[in-house]
Every structure is written in C-alpha cells, then in structure tokens.
Design a protein around this ligand. Structure first.
Ligand SMILES: Cc1ncc(COP(=O)(O)O)c(C=O)c1O
Length: 361
C-alpha cells in the first residue's frame, strides 16, 4: 500500500482480497497504470473494452499507449458478453477491461472461460457493492479498478488499483513516481497510435485534448486525512446505500411500466449507479430530457459509443436513445412520481405499450 496508513481504509481495501494495492489520483489513472503494466514493451498491444463506457476510461487506455478494441454491449444490460469479447480477441490482445456499466453486474467467470489466458481488468467503478453469483464485484478480475468521487458509489477523490501479480509491481511503482513528469511517460507511443487510429484532423484534435487534460487524468493520490477518512466512511456504508439505490431503481422501473421504452431488469447482485432506460428514438430521448430538465428533474444521456468517438462505424447505434436517472441518496420517491408523470405526458411514449427494444417509432 502506498503513501497513506489508515486502518479504516486499509480494512475496506482488504475486502477485495488482493495482495498489492496502489492508491492514485483517479479511476482513469488506475486504468492507465493497469494497462501500462499489462502491455509493457509491447508496441502493438490491444486492449478490449466495452463500447459503452465513460470516455475517460478510453483516455486511460490510449494514454497507456495501447490500441483499444471495442466489444459490443447487450442492449438489455449495457454490458459486454462472452460472445462479444470472443469476437474482439486478436493475436495482439493483451488485456480485457470489463465494466459493470450503470451497475449491471457482468459474469466475469464466463468471460474468463472464453479468454482463459488473457488478463482481465475489472473496472468495478459502477458496480462496487454488488455481486455476481455470490462473488463480490471488485474481486473477479486479475486487476481491480475503483474510483472514489462524490458522484460515484464511493465518495472522496481518488482511484485504486489492486492486483496479485508481484511482477507488475515494479512497473506500477515507477509509473506512479512518473506522474509528476511532463509529458507523461510513453507519450511517443500515444501519438503514434492516435495517428493510426484516427484520420489526421481528428488525431490532432484528440492529441490536443489529451495534452490539455492528461494532468487532470493522471494524478497521484490525495492522502490528506480528510480525503482518506471520507473514502473509508463512505465505503463502510456501501452495502446499505447500494440496497437503497436498488430499491429506488426498482421503484422507478415500476412507475415507468407501460411506457414505450426498454426498462432493464434489476437482477440480484446489481448495484445500480444510474438507472438507464432506452427510448424508441433519439428525438424522443432528447425531448424527454428536455421536458425533465424544464420540470427541474435531473437526468442525463450517458454514454456515447466509444467506437463512434474514434471515427469508426458506431458499434452501439442506440446510445443516443439512453436516458439515465439518478438513484443517489438525495433522490426521493416524489422524484419518481414526477419523472413518470413528465414522461407519460410525452404522448408518443404511451402509444405503443408493447414496445420492444429495437423497434423505432
Ligand atoms: C466505469 C468508469 N471507469 C472509470 C472511470 C474513471 O474514473 P475517474 O473519474 O475517477 O477518473 C469512470 C468515471 O466516470 C467510470 O465511470
């Protein structure tokens, strides 16, 4: 464990069951560290990642000098499947990043079965506090990633990388030490990759963006007492908070029943971070968010298709139909009643009660 010594935080981190734990500035930094350690000295390394995910996760992979290869997500849970991972594997695959997007748990043992020799980075940021077939999320990969932030499942500021392979430790330790350097280590490979991944102008744009943001993405851990205590306290109350979030998501799902939209099931073990539904068209999704905003009800439209962001044919053509609802502590039952009432006022959403995902209105 680096930098801090705090027994309360140590005891929470130890629940993940790894022998090596490194705290860093962000979840993105943890992804960067993991990918660098797993692809060291491999110029052509590819890392498979979900096509639907926070775009800073993609920044982390790209800043590590790896080539991202996207795996399709299932429309009903927004997560990768063994089949989509198997389809993305090539002889150059050096790691698979799996995320429990929006809090829907992924069956990582089933993914391991189709990729038995490829290390799995479990991005537990949106699923921590949940489980898959009784095994805790955050304990399922070869490397585990967390992010601490007021809008995530665990409060505070920072990231965590946990793993067992002692041979990764030297690289990770050196990379943590290099975080003060300018430019970041491996920058040449980043530039070379971006120029092969993207057409000229787009590569230049992405390079400019990374130059401007990488210091905010790749950072050392804030080991002040306040931050450490905040993370530890929030982690300690995670189980109760996850249970409350799941109940709220279920309540919202019940309230939205009958709308022409796809309402994902909340399965045993899920740890809903944002309850996300898919509307029949992008226009309707935008109208819904507009109407909700006018009624002062928070909702968002995350995430884009990452393959689309890199100028490829978007692998997930329906991301512009997402609407995400918050189920965080301050959200009350009244919010769900009002959300349902606003959406039911959008007449097109109530026309077709038998709407199935894939049909467009
Ligand atoms: C699933 C997932 N992984 C990684 C990250 C990156 O974490 P951070 O914001 O701490 O850099 C995020 C951020 O939203 C995320 O949602």
């Amino acid at each position: 464990m680096n930098e801090h010594r705090d027994l309360a935080l140590d005891s929470q981190i130890s629940t993940l069951g790894f022998t090596q734990q490194i705290l860093c500035g962000r979840g993105t930094t943890a992804i960067w560290l993991a990918v660098r350690a797993l692809t060291a000295n491999d110029e052509a390394a590819e890392v498979i990642m979900p096509d639907v995910l926070c775009s800073t996760a993609l920044d982390g992979v790209i800043l590590a000098g790896a080539v991202p290869r996207f795996a399709a997500v299932a429309a009903d849970r927004f997560t990768v499947t063994p089949e989509s991972i198997a389809a993305a594997i090539t002889p150059k695959t050096r790691a698979i990043l799996v995320a429990h997007t929006f809090g829907h748990g992924v069956n990582i043992p089933a993914i391991r079965a189709v990729a038995p020799r490829i290390p799995i980075i479990e991005d537990a940021v949106q699923g921590i506090g949940g489980s898959v077939h009784g095994q805790l999320i955050g304990t399922l990969g070869d490397v585990s990633i967390l992010s601490f932030h007021p809008t995530k499942l665990i409060d505070g500021h920072g990231g965590l990388l946990a793993f067992n392979d002692a041979t990764m430790l030297a690289q990770v330790t050196a990379d943590v030490a290099s975080l003060a350097d300018d430019p970041c280590v491996g920058w040449e490979r980043v530039l070379a990759n971006l120029h092969t991944l993207l057409p000229g102008a787009a590569a230049a744009g992405y390079v400019a963006q990374l130059r401007a943001t990488y210091r905010t993405l790749l950072k050392q851990f804030d080991a002040t007492h306040d931050n450490v205590a905040r993370i530890a306290a929030s982690w300690r109350s995670l189980a109760e908070r996850v249970s409350a979030r799941n109940q709220k998501a279920q309540l919202l799902r019940d309230r939205l029943h009958g709308l022409a939209s796809s309402l994902p099931e909340i399965r045993v073990g899920d740890a809903i971070w944002r309850y996300t539904i898919t509307l029949p068209s992008a226009i309707l999704a935008r109208r819904a968010v507009h109407a909700l905003t006018r009624a002062r009800l928070i909702s968002t439209q995350l995430y884009p298709s990452l393959s689309g962001l890199l100028g490829q044919v978007p692998m997930t053509p329906f991301t512009d139909r997402f609407v995400n609802f918050w189920v965080d502590e301050p959200i009350t039952e009244d919010y769900f009643e009002r959300v349902a009432s606003v959406l039911k006022d959008l007449k097109t959403l109530t026309i077709d009660k038998t709407y199935k995902l894939g049909t467009r209105i």
